[in-house]
Design a protein around this ligand. Structure first.
Ligand code: DC
Length: 231
């Protein structure tokens, strides 16, 4: 039997990573780890404790006494911060505004990367984020880099916010996404970057179903070739 593969999906903010990764994992019967939600839960802890997102000296002790767990319930990922379900409080403008500075901290990234590698230890995983193909799982059998135009990404984010009853302005959402991409790409530790061996997919004009179908075909090619090798 071939070992289940590891799939790394990276890309800029609102490029459709988490939704595609969740649906792809479901289709393959794999575990889905949305690493952005881990950084989001940690940022929530920082905000709740009135710390600045750059205050590494106080953030690291806080994180070592905080637990972040991901659980799949009815096909949906739920995120628990110190055993409390915070899934519905993670995609707020306040977290969006603080998260990139927080996640640029070297010590924070080391903690997160260690935890993510541990979660991926047995394979059979779809993990999405910014540094999965480059840092967390450089040996992943399938690496994908999703892109989409800034306009399209801002429109998706606005829709997501409005579904949660959060009113937002298109131009401000667009600026916030561009700002986040800039900080995520410019940081020295684990920047947002396409791995050399990643396949790129532009999702600007694709529906979620089409996106997932592309990824599924790519995954099956690799899984089938591993099956051939085992015969
Ligand atoms: O995927 P997302 O938009 O939920 O991610 C939120 C932020 O978390 C993103 O702007 C940067 C950070 N992040 C990161 O630095 N590394 C990851 N692997 C995932 C997310």
């Amino acid at each position: 039997m071939p070992k289940p593969i590891r799939i790394a999906i990276d890309g800029p903010a609102a490029s459709g990573k988490s939704t595609s990764a969740r649906l792809l994992a479901k289709k393959l019967g794999y575990l889905h780890i949305d690493t952005g939600s881990m950084y989001r839960a940690a940022t929530l802890a920082v905000i709740k404790n009135n710390l600045k997102p750059t205050d590494e000296a106080n953030i690291l002790p806080l994180l070592s006494s905080t637990t972040i767990e991901l659980k799949t319930e009815n096909g949906n990922l739920r995120v628990f911060l110190d055993a409390k379900d915070v899934s519905d409080s993670l995609r707020t403008p306040e977290i969006d505004h603080n998260i990139s500075q927080f996640s640029a901290l070297q010590g924070v990234r080391q903690l997160m990367v260690d935890k993510q590698r541990e979660l991926a230890r047995n394979g059979g995983i779809v993990m999405d984020g910014r540094d999965i193909g480059t840092v967390v799982l450089p040996g992943a059998e399938l690496k994908v880099f999703l892109i989409a135009s800034l306009e399209e990404r801002a429109a998706r984010r606005l829709k997501e916010l409005s579904q949660k009853g959060i009113e937002a302005d298109f131009e401000i959402v667009k600026q916030e996404i561009a700002r986040r991409d800039h900080i995520d790409s410019a940081r020295t530790s684990g920047p947002l970057k396409k791995a050399k061996d990643a396949r790129e997919l532009d999702t600007s004009r694709l529906s979620i179903e089409e996106q997932v179908e592309h990824l599924f075909q790519w995954a099956m090619e690799i899984i089938d070739s591993k099956n051939q090798d085992c015969k």
